[in-house]
Design a protein around this ligand. Structure first.
Ligand SMILES: C[S@@+](CC[C@H](N)C(=O)[O-])C[C@H]1O[C@@H](n2cnc3c(N)ncnc32)[C@H](O)[C@@H]1O
Length: 215
């Protein structure tokens, strides 16, 4: 089952990659930019962008940290990774890692900041728990995370509709809205800021949280 999610997402985002910036980024990019503002990244921060897509979040974060910090993007879809590398035009190939958020290839406490923009909703509950455990492991205690995802916290009707659509068209929709604040709290993060914004009929939650001490 775990392999299936990865398989679906990989195939879907590889196919979508040439069109992603034109079709999807105009909507998601605005919210991602706002989430990065909320994170208040410092010049020497080490930042991880989970499910970095075509690398636009990585580029914004690189500008925020400057040469004293470090930004790494990770994505499961090779074509997304390749586009990100091409668009970033960074001499360091390790800036974009092709890998799986279910098993992050980074040491414990490696990062000060994590961004997960329109990524956590791709995972079913058990996988999402694993991804959050992995984020908690690689983020230092007190580090910050920003999650931007379609939320169940604003409308039961839309959430139900979204869930049904995902059941019927799992590859096409590939999205399960979540109560972002509650999910982060249950995973050991301390929520410090939440904001809900509607994208047409879809409520999207932006949440900034601190990484709690490991139990
Ligand atoms: C909706 S896109 C969001 C891209 C970007 N974060 C943004 O804000 O535009 C989700 C991304 O997550 C990636 N992804 C899906 N499953 C993943 C996994 N298991 N590990 C790493 N990346 C994954 C997809 O390939 C895709 O590029």
């Amino acid at each position: 089952m775990r392999r299936e999610q990865t398989h679906y997402s990989k195939a879907w985002y590889n196919a979508l990659s040439p069109y992603y910036d034109v079709l999807v980024d105009p909507v998601q990019g605005r919210l991602r930019g706002r989430g990065i503002e909320y994170l208040g990244v410092s010049p020497d921060d080490r930042v991880l962008d989970i499910g970095c897509g075509t690398g636009r979040g990585v580029a914004t974060l690189q500008n925020a940290v400057g040469s004293d910090g470090q930004v790494i993007g990770i994505d499961i879809a090779e074509q997304m990774c390749q586009l990100a590398r091409d668009q970033l035009d960074d001499e360091d190939p390790s800036v974009v890692v092709c890998g799986n958020a279910l098993s992050l290839p980074f040491d414990t406490d490696s990062f000060d900041v994590v961004l997960a923009s329109f990524t956590l909703e791709l995972f079913a509950d058990d996988h999402r728990t694993t991804v959050l455990e992995e984020i908690h492991r690689v983020l230092r205690p007190g580090g910050r995370i920003c999650v931007i995802s379609p939320t169940t916290a604003a409308s039961d009707t839309i959430s139900l509709l979204y869930t049904r659509l995902n059941d019927v068209f799992p590859t096409l929709v590939d999205s399960r809205p979540l109560d972002v604040s509650t999910v982060l709290t249950n995973a050991g993060f301390g929520v410090v800021q939440t904001h809900i914004e509607w994208v047409l009929v879809v409520p999207v939650e932006l949440v900034v949280a601190h990484c709690g001490l490991r139990g």
